[in-house]
Design a protein around this ligand. Sequence first.
Ligand code: SF4
Length: 326
Amino acid sequence: MYPFSFTKASDTQDALNAGRRGGRYIAGGTTLVDLMRETVERPEALVDISALPLREVTVTERGGLRIGALVTMAETAAHPKVRTTFPVISEALELSASAQLRNMATLGGNIMQRTRCTYFRDVTAACNKREPGSGCAAREGFNRSHAILGTSDACVATHPSDVAVAFAALEARVHLLGPDGQRQVPFADFLLRPGNTPQHEQALNQGELITAVEIPALPRPLKSGYLKVRDRQSYEFALTSAAVALHIRGGVIREAKVAAGGVGTVPWKLPAVEEALIGERPSDRLWAEAAAHAGDGARPLQHNRFKVELLKRTVERQLRIVGGTK
Ligand code: SF4
């Protein structure tokens, strides 16, 4: 370890003042402390925000949900409103990390977590995300777990969060508070594709703080769920995953929200799959035809070509699980 300062914010203004001076926010610490130990990250000042009043789950006026940034993964997954309104969120969280980590890690920290690319965490390897301009060891290295969608010449790392895939599917909004006041950012714009600047991962300004994630109301009844495919059944990141929410009325699909994980540099929304579903009647044939679009635009690497077909099968299977068959 190396020297750094540590302060505990007593209230929101205290946190913002410290953030404006360049302090890095920390709450559960389940990602950042690991990265500091490995010297992948070297912040000079940490600001503990765990005492801020951001621990509530509330129903919005229109019937959506607002989840405070400091609600833990375990608390979010178990919350009755989350379980009954958007089970896809609970399922995504329960399939993430370990019970110990879920008890510590916060929702805000979860969507801020950094990639699991092994080269990023190996300070002897070339990595544009850790050290801009140094190259990308994964491109010619072992890239089985890397992204096939949203990649650039600079970086091909996947975003590791499961619940972020559910948020992308449900078109959540991220609530931010900074020195210039409050603002909201659509989830699709919050996490950034790598482009030429893979070191910039979120649309955050200096000192801005995530205060909540809001999931908009969707028509009822709504069925939803999350499927995660991985090399082992616990404590493992996704090779592919699918978050699906369907509103079916009168035997016809009226709304479809679908996103994939484990395949994109950010959680990957699948609009072509959604369009293929809306207005149609559920059937095995429909699930297969819609899921066939899941790999549109994929650019696989040497070791992850299997992900293109696995992604289609993951999406098809989860459409069948959520939508049923005839
Ligand atoms: Fe670094 Fe991204 Fe390349 Fe991994 S894929 S080595 S994170 S630049």
